[in-house]
Design a protein around this ligand. Structure first.
Ligand code: VGL
Ligand code: ZN
Length: 217
């Protein structure tokens, strides 16, 4: 029997963009494997929101913006620790485009994040300064959403931070593990799962979502 997730539920599809795919500027291993899983899930949700990592070309999170640094090293910025990434998801570039096979025509909102030059934003809700809000919590609350199901890339960065901030904003939250793939820098994936569990974020598989007991009454 087909399950439908209605008005109180939102599927939050995070950063399914070319630069995070194999061969991309910040490739997530097996990142492309999430696309068919997300397409299948999205067909069961009335309310789908997409995010797009969307940086200016001189963004503070890029190693290229800091002389003498290498990608994947950590530095301290005015708001705290920041991993320096290869330049990725530059506004308007092909690498920033959503994966061509992502098929969610009924998505209602496309939220762009990381557009402030001096602040990164892994989370779809609050930027890395932990102060600047994107407006997504207000939007979802106003729409009557109560549960946020997070999928996409990368499990241990943008997906995890978004799920944690969804909880902090008062939503029930879940990460759908097989609809995500991780970067996994120095134990970051294990650390993310521990933080998610401690915050009360559910860890689910896509098959779980098609079971009756998770569907809305
Ligand atoms: C991401 C690193 C830098 C992500 C975005 O989507 O997880 N990771 N920018
Ligand atoms: Zn980024």
């Amino acid at each position: 029997m087909e399950r439908r997730y209605g008005g109180q539920d939102c599927l939050l599809v995070i950063d399914v963009q070319n630069d995070f795919m194999p061969g991309g500027a910040l490739a997530v291993p097996h990142g492309d494997e999430v696309v068919p899983v997300i397409n299948r899930l999205a067909a069961h949700f009335d309310h789908v929101v997409l995010t797009q990592d969307w940086h200016p070309d001189d963004h503070v999170s890029f190693s290229a913006s800091h002389a003498g640094t290498e990608p994947f090293q950590t530095t301290t910025l005015h708001y705290g620790e920041q991993v320096l990434w290869p330049s990725h998801c530059v506004q308007g570039e092909p690498g920033a485009a959503l994966h061509a096979q992502l098929e969610v025509p009924h998505a209602r909102l496309l939220l762009r994040k990381g557009h402030h030059r001096a602040v990164d934003s892994y989370s779809a809700f609050v930027e890395a300064d932990r102060k600047t809000r994107t407006g997504l919590a207000g939007y979802l609350h106003e729409q009557g959403v109560r549960r946020v199901f997070c999928v996409g890339l990368a499990t241990d960065y943008c997906v995890a931070w978004s799920a944690l901030d969804a909880r902090a904003a008062g939503f029930e939250a879940a990460v759908i593990e097989d609809a995500c793939r991780a970067i996994d820098l120095q134990g970051s994936l294990q650390a993310a799962w521990e933080r998610l569990a401690a915050a009360g974020v559910q860890r689910l598989q896509s098959a779980d979502l098609l079971r009756a007991d998770l569907a809305p009454a």
